[in-house]
Design a protein around this ligand. Structure first.
Ligand SMILES: Cc1cc2nc3c(=O)[nH]c(=O)nc-3n(C[C@H](O)[C@H](O)[C@H](O)COP(=O)(O)O)c2cc1C
Length: 278
């Protein structure tokens, strides 16, 4: 299936003015730095290096991806997000762009590709299950976006907190739990993974991997050691030798309370509300 670049360029505006050219030029220079970072990292460490780029239009990422593969990356994550704010475009039109990218990925590069996705899909389960049947190796649930807040003093729009909170992990727990037994590719959890317990929880619902960003920014990369120790301690206590021993044990298909993944209302909670629980 051919990627319809014209349609997407219409959605994003074409690169025909100075500002767009400057932004493209800046990105190219950032890319050169990024390619060097991949090469240096590959030389310095023994674990796989997964590169990550933002996919703004279906065509633009291809050139970047080829260079990233050549630089030695073992895998590529494509952060793909189309803000569904333009009333001219309905859900299927926007979703088709994700499918066009997913179905074309392996025509351009050999290394495995993961698509990092947001939550703005009306038929999320069906869309993600269909996406998983394409060439994708994995999907990352979910990206966390730069979002608006209001400064009441200045009465201005400003960015909300850049870092996530530990409670944010529930979104990936819900959807990885619902989808992990239904998709044809790996699922990785992202957003709100702030300690080893959050890693364990995501693996229990079926994640193959978890990503950590805010916790590392807040605590430095040495914090990963603490997370690993927490995971190892828990596994020892429970008698698990490897992650696969408990991976997916609490997915929706296998959990004893599968409805907990679908429950959305607080009504029952409030009808039994007890101050001491809070
Ligand atoms: C300082 C900072 C910079 C980020 N830059 C990017 C970026 O360039 N592209 C992107 O797709 N996500 C970016 N993210 C989002 C992270 O990749 C991740 O999706 C998000 O922080 C949620 O994960 P966390 O809860 O572990 O922080 C950034 C996050 C932070 C905190």
């Amino acid at each position: 299936m051919e990627v319809n670049a014209e349609r997407v360029n219409n959605m994003y505006g074409s690169f025909d003015n100075v500002e767009d050219y400057v932004s493209f030029y800046t990105r190219k220079h950032n890319l050169d730095e990024y390619l060097n970072l991949i090469k240096e990292t590959k030389e310095a460490i023994d674990i796989p290096v997964i590169a990550s780029i933002n996919c703004i239009t279906p065509d633009e990422w291809v050139e970047f991806a080829r260079k990233i593969e050549k630089a030695g990356a073992d895998g590529l994550e494509l952060n793909m997000f189309i803000m569904p704010n333009d009333p001219k475009f309905d859900g299927p039109t926007i979703e088709k762009i994700y499918f066009d990218v997913a179905e074309n990925i392996q025509k351009h590069i050999q290394i495995p590709v993961a698509l990092k996705l947001g939550t703005y899909f009306s038929g999320l389960a069906k869309t993600f299950i269909e996406l998983s049947k394409s060439d994708l190796s994995a999907m990352v649930l979910f990206n966390r976006f730069y979002s608006p807040d209001i400064n009441l003093e200045k009465e201005e729009i400003q960015a909300t907190h850049i870092f996530s909170n530990p409670e944010d992990v529930s979104n990936s727990l819900r959807w990885i739990g619902i989808l992990s037994d239904q998709v044809d590719c790996d699922l990785a959890a992202s957003t709100g993974v702030h300690d080893g317990n959050a890693v364990i929880k995501n693996i229990l619902v079926g994640a193959q991997a978890t990503q950590v960003v805010s916790a590392i920014y807040r605590n430095s990369s040495s914090f990963i050691k603490n997370m690993l120790m927490q995971i190892e301690d828990w596994m020892k206590k429970k008698g698990y030798e490897k992650l696969d021993d408990f991976r997916g044990k609490l997915s929706q298909a296998r959990a004893t309370q599968p409805m907990m993944f679908e429950r959305a209302q607080f009504m029952k909670y409030y009808s039994n509300f007890d101050d001491s629980e809070y």
